[in-house]
Design a protein around this ligand. Structure first.
Ligand code: HEM
Length: 398
């Protein structure tokens, strides 16, 4: 943002490479930035945290997505997910889906995650290196969600493609090609899950005690998820937990390689992995931008916003705010306190956070303890997106 001009709908490649100088500039000079379409982009920690904790804020995006996507499977998927719903609908679905994230379910998954991670690291050891994104950060979360949902290994191939096609239209600008690909992916995914559920019902003995079983059995005061809700939420869980976790692992390792003293510190004191993961979530947040709609007039940074105003919350900007975090551009794997908003806050705070933290801890912890000499070994390729911030490729040698 050299000339002081910031347009969320026309971001230069330099911003997508490194948005943090722009966020600092905005926070200092224009913390409640008015976008050209009348929405606001806010970058101060205090403001972002307040928006997330304001109960009257709206997450429903029916109008916005009707304009952006038109009617169709993509519109239905995104407007029915719990993330884009308000109470009481949100409260009901969240309670039922929370059955998938009990401490018991997380503990049972951890052994499986350790197995998966060690298998990927064995392959890396044999080859003397890997593409940290494709062979590790990408491979892990999709496997974990497939285990959770009971999707057999032979059927997992299209899931990454579907997930990517469904999420990409959520970027600030969605082209007609992105929307068409998103519609097709939702339609294909729905057919697939409908058949999987039918098979589970016909042959329960073929399936284990997985999280899909918890979702099928989830019941609150006699209320259960309908078949459509179940399918929509399975698609949502795959999307919510896939790319974000990939980006946690990819951005986290990238940050450690940028701060070799912190990599060394972690190798010497593996118990720091807990605070290290929090710091990675803060330092280069996997999900950089959120949205909320104003339902009751609110004043933010001296700007009065009437009902109907749309706000973009800069999670990436808030997490580098020097008013909240000392020396915010430095990775400090022992940082405490660290009240980052990488998982948002308030009623929509990430339901999968315990799973994401556990995957991050196991993946990065076991990677660095096994390969303390880990180093980059080729060109790092950025994902080139503003909302989902991550890498496409990072060859490493071990
Ligand atoms: C590092 C990885 C992750 C990050 C950074 C992340 C971030 C977020 C954020 C910021 C939100 C709130 C969005 C908003 O309200 O605008 C959210 C919501 C959510 N996340 Fe995550 N997430 C991660 C991993 C996961 C995983 C692994 C799952 C499950 C498989 C998951 C499931 C959910 C769900 C269900 C919600 C919706 C909660 C609600 O609307 O009440 N997330 N996540």
């Amino acid at each position: 943002m050299p000339d002081g001009h910031f347009d969320i709908y026309d971001l230069p490649p330099s911003f997508l490479d490194d948005p943090f100088p722009t966020y600092h500039h905005l926070r200092d000079r224009d913390p409640v930035h008015l976008n050209k379409d009348g929405t606001y982009f806010i970058t101060r920690y205090e403001d972002v945290a307040r928006v997330y904790r304001t109960k009257s804020m709206r997450s429903d995006k029916t109008e916005m997505y009707l304009r952006k996507f038109g009617e169709g499977p993509l519109f239905e998927q995104h407007t029915n997910s719990m993330l884009f719903s308000d109470p009481p609908k949100h409260t009901r679905i969240r309670k039922l889906v929370a059955y998938a994230f009990t401490p018991r379910a997380m503990l049972a998954l951890e052994n499986r995650v350790v197995e998966l991670v060690d298998g990927l690291l064995d392959r890396c050891a044999d080859a003397g290196g890997m593409d940290l994104i494709k062979d590790f950060a990408f491979a892990l979360p999709v496997e974990v969600i497939c285990v959770m949902l009971g999707i057999p290994p032979a059927q997992r191939e299209p899931l990454q493609r579907w997930s990517n096609a469904i999420l990409t239209p959520l970027e600030p600008v969605a082209t007609p090609e992105m929307v068409a690909a998103g519609n097709q992916a939702v339609a294909d995914f729905k057919i697939y899950l409908g058949e999987l559920l039918a098979d589970r019902r016909a042959h329960p003995e073929r399936y284990g005690d997985d999280i899909m079983a918890d979702l099928l059995a989830a019941e609150e005061d006699g209320d259960r998820l309908t078949e459509t809700e179940l399918i929509q939420n399975c698609i949502f869980l795959l999307n919510a937990g896939h790319e974000t976790t990939t980006n946690l692992v990819g951005n986290g390792v990238n940050a450690l390689l940028d701060f070799p003293d912190q990599l060394e510190r972690l190798c010497e004191d593996p118990a720091l992995i807990q605070t290290a993961i929090e710091e990675m979530l803060r330092f280069d947040s996997p999900l950089q931008i959120g949205n909320r709609g104003v339902a009751e007039t609110i004043e933010i940074g001296g700007v009065t916003m009437p009902p109907g105003t749309q706000i973009m919350t800069s999670i990436g900007g808030a997490n580098r705010d020097p008013a909240q975090f000392g020396d915010p551009d430095r990775l400090d794997i022992g940082r405490q306190p660290n009240r980052h908003v990488a998982f948002a806050a308030g009623i929509h705070a990430c339901l999968g956070a315990p799973l994401a933290r556990m995957e991050g801890r196991v993946a990065i912890g076991r990677l660095v303890s096994r390969f303390p000499k880990l180093r980059r070994d080729g060109e790092v390729v950025r994902g080139g997106r503003a909302r989902f911030r991550g890498l496409m490729a990072m060859p490493v040698a071990v």
